[in-house]
Write a protein that binds this ligand. Structure first.
Ligand code: SAH
Ligand code: SF4
Length: 373
């Protein structure tokens, strides 16, 4: 066999169909072998080259020697009484540029939430986050680094494989773990194209939601994508003064401009925008706040998800049940579709960022004994 240059980036996971076709050709194979790798990896979730039996043995051997399918490693599993599994995943070196240009290993969190007819997987798009929302534990980590497309997809594959025997027919994915997805735009969208491709992972765009703190240029870019997930925007406050206080990003992208970008966002016929509103007890959960939120979203095709604050080591409070219900009722009476979303798995450190903090500073939080691996 003639000597060929080694594969530049040996990790198959995260590569598009086109990239895998090019890779196949670089190995002296016809391009369609790349399409077969794509299908085996994403549609059939064959996460070992040896299982890719549609490929000729010689190609499998070549791939085994020269490439890798680098999945995040499960460092810990916390299983909740409600069936939720929270994973602490370790990522190897080799990620995209992060703090000071480093390409370090990192720890992230992924959550698997089983329901009666489906599972929802909550994935991280960055290790840590630079946005600095004051109620969010991930913010206290700062940005460690961006995740690659392979690391974003890898979380979904690990969560599905780890629950293989109890999977339901439908999978929902929410980009609501660590990180701001629109500040890691290219990797996130590369992963989304593979996730939403019927020949790839085949998840329906109706079942995938990207949540942003309101990065307007990212929303404008997403608006132009042919293939994209649904959009959720973290509003979290009813006025600029209030939002400035808990989300410094509001000074750059204030509410009026953010809502303008939302108004211009081209919704598909079946689609609604989601506004998330974290209820912080005594801070943004008053009836006047509810009335202001109803006014803000009144001319948008949108629903509001109320998320009672999930406590962590931060100076905020959970809202009480009566205030949550009053807030919900005001929005509902004003004709805004509204839902209360409680975080799942609260008995295993439900707030995102909590597990990673625990890993980086053991003892800084009350440890709950891990039930899994
Ligand atoms: N960075 C993106 C996505 C990750 S955060 C964003 O901010 O939208 C996902 C959601 O969790 C956001 O709506 C955020 O406001 C919310 N959130 C963060 N910390 C929380 C906490 N402790 N309790 C409840 N919701 C929280
Ligand atoms: Fe980042 Fe979202 Fe947390 Fe804000 S709420 S710090 S954007 S992860």
């Amino acid at each position: 066999m003639t000597a060929r240059a080694p594969i530049q980036d040996p990790n198959l996971l995260g590569k598009s169909a086109e990239e895998l076709r090019t890779l196949a050709q670089a190995l002296g194979e016809p391009a369609y072998r790349g399409s077969q790798i794509y299908h085996a990896l994403y549609a059939e979730r064959r996460v070992e080259v040896a299982q890719m039996t549609s490929l000729p043995a010689a190609l499998r051997e070549r791939l085994l020697a020269e490439s890798a399918i680098a999945l995040p490693r499960i460092r810990k599993t916390y299983r909740s009484a409600d069936g939720t599994a929270r994973y602490v995943l370790a990522l190897d070196r080799g990620g995209a540029e992060g703090r000071e240009g480093s390409r370090g290993s990192a720890t992230i969190e992924t959550v698997f939430m089983p329901e009666e007819r489906r599972q929802t997987i909550c994935v991280s798009t960055q290790a840590g986050c630079a946005v600095d929302c004051h109620f969010c534990l991930t913010a206290t980590l700062g940005l460690i680094r961006n995740l690659t497309a392979g690391e974003i997809l890898g979380q979904i594959i690990v969560a599905l494989e780890n629950n293989r025997d109890t999977l339901k027919p439908q999978t929902n994915v929410v980009l609501m773990g660590q990180g701001e997805p629109l500040l890691n735009y290219d990797a996130v969208m590369t992963a989304m194209r593979i996730l939403l491709d019927p020949n790839g992972m085949g998840v329906s765009p109706r079942h995938v939601t990207l949540s942003t703190s309101g990065i307007i240029p990212g929303i404008e870019r997403l608006a132009k994508e042919k293939v994209r997930p649904k959009l959720a925007v973290s509003l979290n406050a009813s006025s600029d003064a209030q939002r400035d206080e808990i989300m410094p990003i509001n000074r750059k992208y204030p509410i009026a401009k953010l809502l303008e970008a939302c108004r211009e966002y081209p919704l598909r016929p079946w689609e609604k925008l989601t506004f998330e509103y974290v209820l912080l007890g005594g801070f943004n959960d008053a009836p006047e706040d509810a009335r202001r939120v109803a006014r803000l979203v009144s001319n948008l095709r949108a629903k509001v998800n109320l998320i009672p604050w999930n406590p962590g080591d931060l100076p905020y409070q959970k809202p009480d049940a009566a205030r949550i219900e009053a807030f919900r009722r005001i929005l509902s009476e004003k004709g805004v579709p509204v839902f209360v979303r409680y975080s799942r798995g609260q008995d295993v450190l439900g707030a995102c960022g909590q597990l990673a903090l625990l890993e980086s500073a053991p003892g800084s939080l009350t440890q709950i004994s891990p039930a899994g691996a």
